[in-house]
Write a protein that binds this ligand. Structure first.
Ligand code: ADP
Ligand code: MG
Length: 385
């Protein structure tokens, strides 16, 4: 299979009805809560709106968005587990609806691994091949190949009960990959695991991506997974695509404030309600800057902007804007300095050097300079200028 195409797909779930347990007031409240969701129609909650994307063979694409943004819905639709009322899904040029289930070479892994408890790991992994009556040698070769990539080659004789959560999830991934699917769909597979195990499995997923030509679609609400694993990221919010781009596009050119805030750690700093003059100039903490004429053209009538800048693009130096240190965190090799800049709580990121942690302390007066080229401008509706 060379491509998966999702064409203008929308999905509506009927409002859930509650009865019995709740009195009428509670029922009304429950319905009102559902109707207050960002996108609803008379029929129900709109989980996905006009979603269109093409996934090419061998691509690793992350679907990134907060809880409730429609990620799992999209994945189920791509897997063919759910048939959308509007729009179409194609595997190559054939509509998914017209492809018999046993001809769809797709695997899906969920957050909660479902293994056969009374079968050994080997059998659990081999199952999708055994039902296809593949010769035993070939099965063994394929099981060993994927088990080695996932670091499970020594655990093949164990039962699921004897494994840790991370190991069980690795078995689930092995079972999904053993039939060498055209498409591997992962729905928050690492969410239940601790950071060290996540890191390890991320590396193993990278190896899978290198060694198989499977297309991988990875659903997550964790930006770090998306940024570190994928070729491309699609950001969803309230069932609507916000952005579809490479990792560097998403990080460097967020199309709106939501994307700017959602991607990157620590969260981008924003300076609000800055007025732009007729000639495009604006001032920030006493310094004058100027928007390009293309940016000025995009301004809304109120001529107000928010200026965003990431902590890594702010320098602490001996001249510049005054700020005061609130507290300092060390995260991996990054020093995150939390400071007050007038009324703004901001974060600045520096690389950790020897003894550098001693350089900053609560209440310390510092001076900041900004890398103007790294400013992100958003109009009053949150769209990028
Ligand atoms: P995500 O995976 O991003 O958290 P989902 O795709 O699970 O989001 O859900 C998207 C929206 O659709 C949410 O508002 C959710 O409450 C609603 N939803 C999901 N599944 C159902 C369902 N089976 N019935 C009713 N509403 C649903
Ligand atoms: Mg989900």
């Amino acid at each position: 299979m060379n491509s998966v195409r999702v064409e203008d797909v929308s999905m509506i779930y009927p409002f859930l009805k509650v009865s019995g347990l709740f009195d009428r007031k509670k029922q009304k409240e429950f319905l009102a809560k559902q109707q207050a969701m960002p996108y609803t129609s008379n029929e129900g909650v709109i989980a996905l709106q006009h979603f269109t994307a093409t996934f090419k063979k061998g691509e690793f694409v992350s679907i990134l968005g907060p809880s409730g943004s429609g990620k799992s819905t999209l994945l189920r639709i791509i897997a063919g587990l759910e048939d959308p009322p509007l729009g179409k899904v194609f595997y190559d040029d054939v509509e998914l609806r017209d492809i018999p289930i046993d001809e769809r070479n797709v695997s899906i892994v969920f957050q909660n691994y479902a293994l056969y408890p009374n079968q050994r790991v080997y059998k659990n992994i081999a199952f999708p091949l055994e039902v296809r009556h593949i010769p035993r040698d070939e099965i063994s070769e394929k099981v060993n190949r994927i088990a080695t990539i996932m670091g499970m080659e020594d655990k093949l004789e164990k039962f699921p009960d004897e494994l840790s959560g991370g190991e069980k999830q690795r078995v689930a991934i092995c079972r999904a990959m053993v039939k060498e699917p055209d498409l591997l769909l992962l729905d928050e597979p690492l969410s239940n695991l601790d950071p060290l195990i996540r890191k390890k499995i991320r590396n193993q997923l990278r190896k899978i991506h290198e060694q198989y030509d499977t297309t991988i679609i990875y659903v997550t609400h964790e930006q770090y997974d998306a940024l570190s694993l994928s070729d491309r990221i699609i950001i969803l919010k309230d069932g609507i695509t916000q952005m579809d781009g490479s990792v560097s596009e998403v990080y460097n050119y967020p199309v709106n404030r939501f994307c700017g805030e959602f991607v990157g750690f620590p969260t981008m700093n924003f300076f609000e309600d800055i007025e732009v003059d007729k000639d495009g100039s604006y001032s920030l903490f006493g310094t004058k800057y100027r928007l390009s004429s293309a940016q000025v053209k995009k301004l809304k009538e109120d001529r107000k902007i928010a200026v965003g800048i990431r902590g890594v693009d702010i320098q602490i130096s001996n001249k510049g804007t005054d700020a005061a240190v609130e507290y300092v965190e060390l995260i991996e090799a990054d020093l995150i300095i939390h400071a007050m800049l007038q009324d703004y709580k901001i974060t600045i990121v520096e690389k950790m050097n020897d003894n550098q942690d001693l350089r900053y302390f609560k209440g310390q007066e510092i001076k900041l300079s900004f890398d103007e080229k790294r400013f992100h401008f958003f109009d009053s509706e949150g769209n990028r200028l």
